[in-house]
Design a protein around this ligand. Structure first.
Ligand code: CMP
Length: 383
């Protein structure tokens, strides 16, 4: 439940509570810094900060206690696992979040609670733990280090050339601002990053021409940086999704008999999706654009004649409309937290033409369902 990636109802509930507590705590710290606030409100804010600190203290102790329950932990060395967790990034952030409680307690005596409460801003670090993409970002920066380094070198070259040029052209007119290279560099950084404070402005024609080129270079460098990071992010996400799907695909019996090469072709086309309970995945009459394979959880197929069928781990649905190119024949909703693999229609047709055995198995099941539905309809009519 305490794992940040946990998808269970209890886990997500705890995450919501944690984020809300964090938000309330940070708001209280920000409000407390407003000097003109009435005394009573300040008092309430101090109480809120204290309560939030206590929640984080308890959370830290519980996390420390349950650290050996992690699947990667060595069951024979619980204390070593606890120490490892305490010195890991989440552990250190947890400890920093507890610090304000200590500071607050000490601060009352020394500097007054309001100065000490500024330490509570350390709580924002906890927000980072809720952002799973941070790990991805680190991988992207590591994967793309060669193009990123080139961009930064380019940045440095443009910066130095512009600063030197501006220094040569402007130093006589504005010795205060451009008389030294560091002064000219400050102007070049402000201009190249397109910030433009306007505190240092070239006045000579040559200086202005350099500024114009520098501003355009600034936009180009930022665009390059954005492009490299964005494609890196997309590639990393695709790689991760591929691994997630590999992990899930073995739970679907229909894929079990396929060879590795065939399977890898299918895996690259599948996407994982998580649905909480009571979410409608498809409605009867909607156009069929995808089919689903359940890897864990359960869905309820609400048939048009009023009956319903439940499908669990390893089952698939949504194939009938794809095979017959007709609207959906039933409404399907989740009954439990459910993880599924989605296959879009265009990929389904491509795979069906490459792997006839798979297409046949899906068709046989669709035919069985069709007959079952007709049988149910006939029984309904008789009644
Ligand atoms: P589709 O028509 O695309 O959308 C609704 C889905 O419900 C349908 O595909 C089947 O996958 C599924 N479905 C329909 N009837 C049955 C049934 N009798 N048993 C199990 N699943 C069904």
């Amino acid at each position: 439940m305490l794992r940040y990636s946990d998808n269970s109802t209890a886990g997500r509930r705890w995450q919501s509570i944690h984020l809300t507590t964090l938000g309330i705590g940070l708001l209280a710290v920000i409000l407390l810094s407003i000097g003109a606030l009435p005394h009573e409100i300040k008092h309430v804010m101090r109480l809120v900060i204290w309560l939030v600190s206590m929640v984080f203290l308890v959370e830290y102790l519980v996390r420390l206690w349950v650290a050996p329950e992690s699947s990667r932990a060595d069951p024979h060395k619980p204390n070593l696992t606890r120490l490892r967790w305490a010195t890991s990034i989440p552990g250190l952030i947890g400890l920093l979040a507890v610090m304000p409680a200590v500071m607050l307690a000490v601060g009352y005596g020394i500097t007054g609670a309001d100065t000490a409460s500024v330490f509570c801003i350390l709580w924002v670090l906890k927000l980072g733990l809720h952002a799973p993409a941070f790990g991805t970002l680190a991988r992207v920066v590591s994967n793309e280090r060669a193009p990123l380094t080139s961009i930064f070198i380019l940045f440095g070259i443009v910066l130095m050339m512009a600063a030197t040029g501006a220094h040569m052209l402007e130093r006589l007119e504005q010795p205060q601002q451009f008389g030294t290279l560091p002064g000219a560099l400050w102007w070049a950084v402000v201009t190249l990053t397109t910030t433009g404070y306007g505190d240092v402005v070239p006045v000579t024609v040559g200086g202005r021409m350099i500024a114009a080129v520098l501003m355009i270079c600034g936009i180009a460098v930022l665009a390059l940086l954005t492009g490299v990071l964005a494609t890196g992010f997309a590639q990393e996400e695709r790689r991760r999704e591929y691994l997630r799907v590999w992990d899930q695909v073995s739970r679907v019996p229909i894929f079990a008999s396929l060879g590795v090469v065939t399977l890898s072709e299918i895996v690259s086309k599948l996407r994982t999706r998580f649905y909480p309970p009571r979410i409608t995945v498809m409605r009867q009459g909607d156009p069929g654009d995808s089919m689903f394979f359940i890897t864990s959880g359960e869905v309820e197929v609400r048939l048009p004649n009023g009956g319903s069928v439940r499908l669990g781990d390893g089952a698939f649905f949504g194939e009938m409309s794809l095979l017959e190119r007709q609207p959906r024949t039933a409404t399907v909703a989740t009954t439990k937290p459910t993880t599924m693999l989605v296959l879009y229609a265009s990929d389904f047709y491509e795979i069906a033409s490459h792997i006839p055995a798979l297409a046949k198995a899906v068709e046989v099941e669709a035919q069985r369902r069709r007959e079952e539905n007709l049988g149910r309809q006939a029984a309904e009519h008789k009644r």
